[in-house]
Design a protein around this ligand. Structure first.
Ligand SMILES: Nc1ncnc2c1ncn2[C@@H]1O[C@H](COP(=O)(O)OP(=O)(O)OP(=O)(O)O)[C@@H](O)[C@H]1O
Length: 299
C-alpha cells in the first residue's frame, strides 16, 4: 500500500505544483489523469525521491519514503518522461550497467535477469544495437526493462506513450498490464482511453489537487442518468453553455455532438447516453473551474 498524506510543493516561481495531495494506492494499475501542468510529473518525481515536498508524508509498505530514500529506491522502478541514453552503448550493455547500479552484483543472476527482461520487452534480437538508435517505441520498452530491474514493488511510468504509433502503444500497454498485476504500477497520462482500458483505480488531478479518486467504472457510474447528448449541424453553444454544463463537443463532419451534464433532459432533442470516462473527467475539471471562478468573484 502506498499512502500519500497532505503532500504539498511550491516551486521557487510561486507555482503550487502539489497542493495537499491525499491518495491511498493499492496493488494493480493506478492511473493519474490530468491536463498539462496538473502536477503529475511533480508527484512522480516526489514519489521517486528525486525532489522533496515542502510538507506531507509518503509511506510504502512501512517505509517512510521521505526519510528513507535509499530503502524505497531498492523497491522502486521509475520511467521518467524523458530519459537520456549514452550514444554508443548497446541495449545489453546499458541494462547490465543499470542492473549493477541497482545492486545486482552477482554476474550470473544479473545476466539472467537482463536477458529475461530483454526477452519480455521484445528487444532481445536488438540487444547488441545502440539504444540511442532505437525507435521511440523501442526506447520506451527499454525504459520499462530498466524500470523492472531488481524486481521492484512499485513502478511509476510518466506519460509513456507520447509519440508512439498505435501498434507500439498497444504493445507497450500489453507489457504494462502484464507487469502491473502483482505490484503497484502508477501510470501518469492525459490520454483518457489508456486509463479506461488499463487501470483498476485512478485519480483525476489538476492544479496540484486531487479532484476525484476511484475506479474508472465508479467515476462513470456517478454520472449515470445525467449525461445528455445532442447532435446537430447548427448548435448554439453559447446559449447552451448559459443554461447547462457542457462536458464536451465533437465535430463529426458537418454535425456537432455536444455532451451536457444535467439532472433532467435539457430539451427533447437531447438523448440520455452512457457516461464515459471522458465525461467524468470533464465534469471533474468543470466543477473545479466553477468553484474557483465563484471564489474569485467573491474576493
Ligand atoms: N522545476 C520547476 N520549477 C518551477 N515550476 C515548475 C517546475 N516543474 C514544474 N513546474 C510547474 O509546476 C506545474 C506542474 O508541472 P508538472 O510538470 O508536475 O505537471 P504535469 O501534470 O506533469 O504536466 P505535463 O503533462 O505537461 O507534463 C506546472 O505549472 C509547471 O509549469
Amino acid at each position: 500500500m502506498l499512502t500519500i498524506k497532505n503532500l504539498s510543493k511550491q516551486y521557487n516561481n510561486g507555482v503550487h505544483a502539489l497542493d495537499d495531495i491525499n491518495l491511498t494506492i493499492g496493488k494493480g494499475m493506478f492511473g493519474l489523469l490530468g491536463p498539462n501542468g496538473a502536477g503529475k510529473s511533480s508527484l512522480m518525481r516526489t514519489l521517486a525521491t528525486l525532489q522533496l515536498p515542502d510538507s506531507g508524508s509518503i509511506t510504502f509498505d512501512g517505509i517512510d519514503v521521505l526519510t528513507q530514500p535509499n530503502k524505497i529506491k531498492q523497491v522502486l522502478g521509475y520511467l521518467p518522461q524523458d530519459f537520456g541514453v549514452y550514444p554508443r552503448v548497446s541495449a545489453y550493455e546499458l541494462l547490465d550497467y543499470l542492473a549493477i547500479m541497482k545492486g545486482l552484483t552477482n554476474p550470473k543472476v544479473r545476466k539472467e535477469q537482463v536477458l529475461a527482461l530483454l526477452q519480455q520487452t521484445n528487444l532481445y534480437e536488438h540487444r547488441h544495437n545502440y539504444v540511442a538508435n532505437f525507435s521511440g517505441g523501442m526506447k520506451r520498452r527499454f525504459g520499462i526493462a530498466q524500470s523492472l530491474l531488481a524486481d521492484p514493488k512499485l513502478i511509476m511510468v510518466d506519460e509513456p506513450t507520447a509519440g508512439l504509433d498505435p501498434e507500439e502503444r498497444n504493445r507497450f500497454y500489453n507489457l504494462l498490464s502484464e507487469v502491473g498485476k502483482n505490484i503497484i504500477l502508477i501510470l501518469s497520462t492525459h490520454i483518457i482511453e489508456d486509463i479506461q482500458d488499463l487501470c483498476t483505480d485512478m485519480a483525476i488531478i489538476n492544479r496540484g489537487q486531487v479532484l476525484k479518486q476511484g475506479s474508472p467504472k465508479a467515476l462513470m457510474a456517478e454520472l449515470q442518468g445525467q449525461v445528455w447528448c445532442k447532435q446537430s449541424g447548427n448548435l448554439n453553444l453559447k446559449q447552451l453553455a448559459a443554461q447547462h454544463q457542457i462536458l464536451s463537443t465533437k465535430s463529426n463532419g458537418a454535425q456537432k455532438a455536444v455532451h451536457v451534464h444535467s439532472q433532467h433532459q435539457p430539451d427533447s432533442d437531447f438523448t440520455l447516453v452512457e457516461p464515459s470516462l471522458e465525461d467524468a473527467y470533464f465534469k471533474a475539471l468543470n466543477s473545479e473551474k466553477a468553484i474557483s471562478s465563484a471564489s474569485n468573484n467573491q474576493e
